[in-house]
Design a protein around this ligand. Structure first.
Ligand SMILES: Cc1ncc(COP(=O)(O)O)c(C=O)c1O
Length: 370
């Protein structure tokens, strides 16, 4: 049976020709294609301060560095996310402080954030889980009150909108992931968008050892001063070439995710034992995931699998891991969300016939078990 998958790699055949050309061009590092990709991304987001990177994880690490987070500092974040969201906090030498989440949406709760702020708090990371934007304005209002930087983990949220503006424009830093199974992929890759030009300029240096690649040199020798240590986090021309091609499809891809999400919102709203997430009206989710709450989650997943449909949790709470043992605390919202959350296929590959089949099977499950 053809399985209805949760994820699929989008790789158009039209990438073959430009990719082969760059591959054999004699220049495959960070060059003209990276510049072109960033220019196109700037136009897409409506924010020119775009840094292309080798991963989203690097983007979060770079954002924390640009926010001057270091040893002894605290960063408030959510445990209901990928491991990649919170590892960079540890890598920066800071302590992770968990805020609770809304038990229905899975999004970090602004009130809980404010309760967790201490004089050591330097930054807040908010994750747009599944592509649903967090309460960005309220979180930024709180952050401003305490002079704290905000970082959006938009790994799931490329193409999402908040108050009629694309995600990528609201906070000090916004990260996107271009890893294999995201809406658009460069195989691996990430983006960091900065609000301030000065952060963007510093980030451009720090993604490549603190060295300015745009300086014209007489020979290969490094003649300028390196002002502070940096990383090797830049994107290369191979990934950028794939990215340039992918961008041509982004509206189509995100549009299909959203169309499927709206279909499910309507079709699944009155089914016993199954609760859809009611999305905030001030935003549009990029619908990377379609997450439901089902009380009988494990039976639901097994039953759906027998029908050829993958229905699974995508992220497990991160606070259960020994790596985060210093951060343990009570999180009733996370407890509630995590016991019933389950995601069903929603992506661009799900056809009208697929989504009708999926809805029919969910109804059948409900009539059998409730
Ligand atoms: C929520 C979240 N944050 C961060 C990342 C990290 O992105 P990358 O894999 O590009 O490093 C991911 C990737 O899967 C993610 O899902």
């Amino acid at each position: 049976m053809d399985q209805k998958a949760l994820f699929k790699v989008h790789m158009p055949l039209s990438v073959n020709e430009p990719l082969l050309e760059v591959l054999h061009s004699g220049f495959i590092g960070q060059g003209e294609k990276v510049r072109e990709f960033e220019e196109k991304l700037g136009a897409y987001f409506g924010n020119r301060n775009v840094l292309s990177l080798n991963s989203g994880t690097s983007g979060l690490h770079l954002a924390l560095r640009l926010a001057n987070v270091g040893y002894g500092d605290e960063v408030i974040s959510t445990p209901m996310t990928a491991v990649a969201t919170n590892m960079p906090i540890l890598a920066a030498g800071a302590k992770v402080v968990w805020a609770d989440i809304n038990p229905k949406t899975g999004l970090i709760d602004a009130r809980s954030i404010e309760e967790k702020i201490t004089p050591k708090t330097k930054a807040i990371i908010m994750v747009h889980f599944g592509g649903i934007p967090c309460d960005i304005d309220e979180i930024n209002r709180i952050a401003k009150k305490y002079s704290i930087k905000t970082i959006e983990d938009g790994a799931h949220a490329i193409g999402a909108e908040y108050k009629e503006m694309k995600i990528g424009n609201h906070s000090d830093f916004v990260m996107f992931s271009l890893q294999a199974i995201k809406h658009v992929t460069t195989v691996d890759g990430g983006l960091l968008l900065c609000k301030k030009k000065s952060d963007f300029e510093r980030g451009k240096l720090l993604r490549w050892y603190g060295i300015d690649r745009e300086v014209k040199r007489k020979d290969f020798r490094l003649e300028e001063e390196i002002l502070e240590y940096g990383y090797k986090y830049h994107m290369n021309d191979i990934c950028a070439t794939i990215g340039i091609e992918q961008l041509k499809y982004i509206d189509d891809i995100v549009g299909k995710h959203i169309e499927n999400q709206r279909f499910y919102d309507e079709a699944l709203k009155d089914i016993a034992g199954v609760n859809v997430i009611v999305k905030p009206t001030c935003s549009t989710s990029s619908s990377w995931l379609y997450t439901l709450h089902v009380d009988n989650r494990d039976s639901f997943s097994s039953w759906m699998s027998e029908q050829g449909i993958i229905a699974s949790r995508v992220h497990e709470r991160m606070d259960i891991h020994a790596a985060f043992k210093e951060s343990k605390c009570d999180l009733p919202g996370v407890d509630a969300f995590n016991t019933s959350q389950v995601s069903i296929p929603v992506g661009w590959w799900i056809t009208d016939a697929d989504r009708k089949y999926i809805v029919a099977k969910i109804k059948e499950f409900s009539s059998l078990f409730y």
